[in-house]
Design a protein around this ligand. Structure first.
Ligand code: SF4
Length: 437
């Protein structure tokens, strides 16, 4: 039988799709492309905003229309949160945001019996971390290592605590053994991923801190680069920085979710820090990792955000000097407190603020890229791009350089100028792989 997968949403969803693909191939079935004729289709959904919900429904409808006789399964945060809406779309198998292996078993049964299956639990009652195989089907350059699931922060704009449930952490030994397996399979870099990785360990005996996990993973595979997924700023302390700075294979790239640079908006978002605490984290990172890339996400036009608060946000992002940012216009998510807040902005205001924030973010990115000119970067090459090879430096800046047969190779590149969405350089003739970061 041939299966095809479609993933919406975050890195954790992508990781979970890769795991389902591996379950399918382990059972002797094939993986095909989503736009080709297959026996079964799986849509792994996201429910982060009302816009995401709409996208899920559009993909599901189109899939059913184009493949009237195929078995179609829907899993992920949207079907966890709104199974009735998925049922209406004539789906054969409905799963949620857990139980991936059982979901694939039900897909296989549905292929034989043509019956309808559902396996949905109450996410808020989950207590166990679901162990899934790490890495994808092919030997790729970068693999995600999921170490944590769930969140109990209940930010006012976010539905995730309801769709993913409480924090569950991968035991340290499991994370380390999966990391070793990824190194053996030829990956050069792993990204420590989860819904809220800063809270890794709170449910484990002795409540170890995430710093312990990062140290263990980095030390287990010194020849592999380790990159951290999104962090809450509260986790960045002097002890955290000192211990991480001693890990030579840790990439100096830190994604600290900001969401707003205005204290009053942060309070309405129910984030657990203010701009002073956030800035302390940025300063610590710059002190311990000179030249590191601090990147972030920001939501603009949150309900009630005044022009003055928006101005505070712009000033704050300039002060932090982010190397890269994702700017999101606030999007209503039914079922969250922010959806009921007064002062919802019309689309025109959201677009206007997004445009202005993106302009600042672009200028900051260019400043950061300019600071790299003349430096040498260890680049992990991934793909060809318009006659050049492209890959990422440890700080996650995209680097282009002339060269051949560089896929999955790490090379020292001297940066010469800004180019497209990153920088350009030339591979140093002295090259040898003397360091991965
Ligand atoms: S920290 Fe806040 S935004 Fe992030 S997943 Fe948890 S509730 Fe959502």
């Amino acid at each position: 039988m041939k299966f095809a997968f479609y993933t919406l949403g975050c890195k954790t969803n992508q990781y979970e799709t890769q795991a389902m693909e591996r379950f399918v191939t382990q059972r002797g079935h094939e993986i095909g492309a989503f736009d080709q004729s297959c026996d079964a289709y799986v849509i792994n959904t996201c429910s982060v905003t009302a816009v995401a919900d709409k996208k899920n429904r559009a993909v599901i409808r189109r899939c059913r229309r184009d493949n009237p006789n195929a078995v179609i399964g829907v899993c992920g945060c949207y079907s966890q949160h709104a199974p009735e809406a998925v049922r209406e779309l004539g789906i054969d198998v409905i799963g949620g945001s857990a139980g991936r292996q059982a979901f694939i078993e039900e897909m296989l049964e549905a292929l034989e019996t043509r019956s309808h299956y559902e396996q949905l639990d109450n996410a808020l009652r989950r207590r166990e971390f679901e162990v899934l195989p790490a890495g994808g089907l092919e030997e790729r350059t970068r693999a995600m290592l999921k170490v944590q699931d769930g969140c109990v922060n209940f930010c006012t704009y976010c539905i995730i605590p309801y769709t993913r449930g409480p924090v569950r952490s991968a035991p340290l030994e499991l994370a380390v053994s999966q990391t070793r397996e990824l190194a053996e399979r030829g990956y050069r870099e792993i990204v420590i991923t989860g819904i809220e990785i800063a809270s890794w360990g709170v449910d484990l005996p002795g409540k170890p801190a995430v710093t312990e996990l990062i140290e263990a993973v980095c030390r287990a595979v010194p020849a592999l680069r380790v990159r951290l997924g999104s962090l809450e700023p509260r986790v960045v302390t002097e002890d955290f920085c000192r211990r991480l700075a001693a890990l030579p294979n840790l990439c100096p790239h830190f994604h600290l979710s900001l969401q707003s640079g205005s204290d009053t908006v942060l309070a309405r978002m129910r984030r657990k820090y203010d701009t002073a605490r956030y800035y302390e984290s940025v300063e610590l990172l710059n002190r311990f990792f000179p030249g590191c890339a601090v990147t972030t996400d920001m939501i603009v036009a949150f309900p009630g955000e005044t022009e003055e608060e928006f101005g505070e946000s712009l000033a704050f992002i300039r002060k932090c000097g982010f190397a890269a940012m994702h700017i999101f216009p606030y999007s209503r998510r039914p079922g969250t407190p922010a959806d009921k807040m007064p002062g919802q902005h019309p689309n025109a205001a959201k677009e206007d603020r997004s445009r202005r924030a993106i302009a600042v973010a672009e200028a900051l990115k260019q400043d950061y890229c300019r600071s790299l000119v003349g430096t040498r970067q260890q680049v992990l090459f991934e793909e060809t791009a318009e006659g050049l090879y492209a890959g990422h430096a440890p700080n996650y800046v995209k680097v282009y350089a002339p060269g051949e047969d560089l896929h999955n190779e790490i090379r020292t590149v001297e940066i010469t100028d800004l180019y497209r969405d990153g920088v350009r350089g030339k591979i140093c003739p002295c090259n040898g792989e003397n360091s991965v970061v």
